[in-house]
Design a protein around this ligand. Structure first.
Ligand code: GLN
Length: 489
C-alpha cells in the first residue's frame, strides 16, 4: 500500500488500528519528499528525515501497551510559511524574514502539536501572501504537479501543490482574496476558507487584517470537515475570533442535497469566459440538480466592483501591517547603513520584493491625507454594498455556486509582467472575503490540457456545515477528487 496516496481519514484509520506505525508513516513521506519535492518545490523548509523519524519513534514508544491515538497523531501536515511555528523558520516567502524563527506557535499549530502531528514542512507562497501564482516568492516558484510548466496558483500554491503531489496528507493555508480556493482549483484539491472569525489567526502573519483567514487544503471534503473541527473556535489570543459553537462538521456530510436551494449568480457567468471552465461548472450545477437541489438564478450586482474594492482595502491594510518590518524588530537589517532613517529605507528596499513594494505604495497613497475618503472610505462603503448583495441572496438560497478561477492554471511567467491580469485571477473569490462568508473549492473537471478546474460553493456566515454538506454530496457523486496528477517520477 502506498501510504502517501491515502486521504487524512484513511491514513488516520490505518494508524489508529495499528496497521501502520508512526515510523512507517515518517519513512514513507520522507521517501516521497526526496523523490518528488525537487520537481514540485512546494516547500521553503521541508522537514528533515531525522527529525521526522525521531518524532515518530517517540510516538510509537508512547503508544506501546496502551494504544490511544488522537485524530492528527502521526499525520504529516504541511503549513504555509506565513503561519508561525515555534523553533521553525517562518519566512512569508520574503527576504525580509529569511532568518526569522518564531518564538511561539500559531494557535492552529499548537492545536496540531498537542495531538502529535508531523510538521512535514513549511510551504512556499507569494511574498506575504500577495499574489496568485507563487511567482512572487523570494525563494522561487512552486510548480503545478499536473504540469510543471504551469503555476500551482497562489498565494498558498505550495500547500496546494504539496497536497496534490501527495507530499503531505493535508495542509493549512491562508486566504485573503482567494489564496486557498484558487490554488486548490489549480491543483485539483479541496480548499476551504472558513467564515471570517471562525478560526483563530493568532500567529498568522498579518496581510490585510479585515480579510485574512486560515483554512485547509485537503484531498477530499471529509478531510476538510475533520480539520476544520480541529482549528475552529474561539481563541482568547485573537479578539477577532468568534465565540460561536463549533459543530461536528463530519456529521453534516450527506450524499443528497435534497431541500437545499442553490443560487447561481448570473454575474459570474459572462460572455467571453473560458469555455472549459464554464462547461465544467455548469455540469457541476446539473449534478447538484440530480442530487435533488433546487437551482435558482440570482444576482450579485456589485460583483463588478469587488476587485477594485479589494485592491484598495487590502493594500491599505497591508501598508499598515508591513510597517513593522523596519530592520529593528524582525528579520534582516541592511548592512552598513548610516543613521536610523537610512537603515529603515535600505532594509525595506532590500528586504521586500517588487509586488510587496507596489502594494505598500498603493496602500499608503490610498490612506494618505486628502485621499483617504476618496479611496479607502469609498472602498469601505462599496464593500458594505457587496456584503448586502450576499445578505439579500441568502434570503432566497442556502448556498451559491460559481467558478473558482476564470481559467485553468496559466503558465509560469505568463502574467508576471502584468499585475492587473494577475489580480484578475481572483475575480471569483475576492467578494467572498469582502463579505466575510465561508466558501470551498472542489475539483469539478479537467481541461483538454489535463489541468484541473474547480467549482466554488459559498455559504452564509458560520454555516460551513451547509457548504461542506453540498460539497460532499457533489464530490461523492463524481470522480474528480480521485484524479491524481501523473506523478510517475
Ligand atoms: N491573489 C490575491 C492577492 O494577491 C489574494 C491573496 C490572498 O488571498 N492572500 O492579494
Amino acid at each position: 500500500m502506498s501510504l502517501h496516496r491515502l486521504t487524512l481519514s484513511e491514513l488516520q484509520q490505518e494508524f489508529s488500528e495499528a496497521k501502520v506505525s508512526a515510523v512507517e508513516i515518517a519513512q514513507a513521506f520522507s521517501k516521497r519528499l526526496a523523490l518528488v519535492e525537487p520537481k514540485v518545490k512546494a516547500f521553503i523548509s521541508p522537514a528533515k528525515k531525522e527529525t521526522l523519524l525521531a518524532e515518530a519513534k517517540a510516538i510509537d514508544l508512547k503508544l506501546r501497551g496502551w494504544r490511544r491515538t488522537s485524530p492528527l497523531m502521526a499525520m504529516p501536515i504541511a503549513i504555509k510559511d506565513n503561519i508561525c511555528t515555534e523553533g521553525v523558520k517562518t519566512t512569508c516567502g520574503s527576504r525580509m524574514l529569511e532568518t526569522f524563527v518564531p518564538p511561539y506557535d500559531a494557535t492552529v499549530v499548537s492545536r496540531f502539536r498537542s495531538q502529535d502531528y508531523f510538521l512535514i514542512g513549511k510551504t512556499n507562497l507569494d511574498e506575504f501572501a500577495m499574489g496568485s501564482s507563487t511567482e512572487n516568492s523570494a525563494f522561487g516558484p512552486t510548480r503545478n504537479p499536473w504540469n510543471q510548466a504551469h503555476i500551482p496558483g497562489g498565494s498558498s500554491g505550495g500547500s496546494a501543490a504539496a497536497v496534490a503531489a501527495d507530499l503531505c496528507v493535508a495542509a493549512l493555508g491562508s486566504d485573503t482574496g482567494g489564496s486557498i480556493r484558487q490554488p486548490a482549483a489549480c491543483c485539483g484539491v479541496v480548499g476551504l476558507k472558513p467564515t471570517y472569525g471562525r478560526v483563530s489567526r493568532y500567529g498568522l502573519v498579518a496581510f490585510a487584517s479585515s480579510l485574512d483567514q486560515i483554512g485547509t487544503l485537503t484531498k477530499d471534503v471529509r478531510d476538510a470537515a475533520m480539520l476544520l473541527k480541529v482549528i475552529a473556535g474561539h481563541d482568547p489570543q485573537d479578539s477577532t475570533s468568534a465565540d460561536v459553537v463549533v459543530p461536528d462538521y463530519s456529521k453534516s456530510l450527506k450524499t443528497s442535497m435534497r431541500g437545499m436551494k442553490v443560487g447561481v449568480p448570473k454575474e459570474f457567468f459572462t460572455d467571453g469566459m473560458d469555455p472549459e471552465v464554464e462547461q465544467a461548472v455548469r455540469a457541476a450545477i446539473e449534478q447538484m440538480k440530480d442530487l435533488k437541489a433546487e437551482i435558482k438564478e440570482i444576482s450579485l450586482p456589485m460583483t463588478k466592483y469587488a476587485v477594485a474594492v479589494y485592491y484598495v482595502i487590502a493594500t491599505a491594510e497591508a501598508s499598515s501591517n508591513l510597517a513593522r518590518y523596519d530592520g529593528v524588530r524582525y528579520g534582516v537589517r541592511a548592512a552598513k547603513e548610516k543613521g536610523l532613517l537610512e537603515m529603515y529605507t535600505k532594509t525595506r528596499q532590500e528586504g521586500f520584493g517588487a509586488e510587496v513594494k507596489r502594494r505598500i505604495m498603493l496602500g499608503t497613497y490610498a490612506l494618505s491625507a486628502g485621499y483617504y475618503e476618496a479611496y479607502y472610505g469609498k472602498a469601505q462603503a462599496v464593500r458594505t454594498l457587496i456584503k448586502r448583495d450576499f445578505d439579500e441572496a441568502f434570503k432566497e438560497v442556502d448556498i451559491i455556486v460559481t467558478p473558482t478561477m476564470p481559467t485553468p492554471a496559466f503558465q509560469l511567467g505568463e502574467k508576471v509582467q502584468d499585475p492587473l491580469q494577475m489580480y484578475l485571477s481572483d475575480i471569483f473569490t475576492i467578494s467572498v472575503n469582502l463579505a466575510g462568508v465561508p466558501a470551498i473549492a472542489v475539483p469539478c473537471g479537467l481541461s483538454a490540457a489535463r489541468l484541473p478546474i474547480g467549482v466554488q460553493i459559498i455559504g452564509r456566515a458560520f454555516e460551513e456545515e451547509k457548504v461542506l454538506r453540498a460539497a460532499y454530496a457533489y464530490e461523492q457523486a463524481t470522480e474528480w477528487h480521485k484524479k491524481r496528477p501523473g506523478l510517475s517520477w
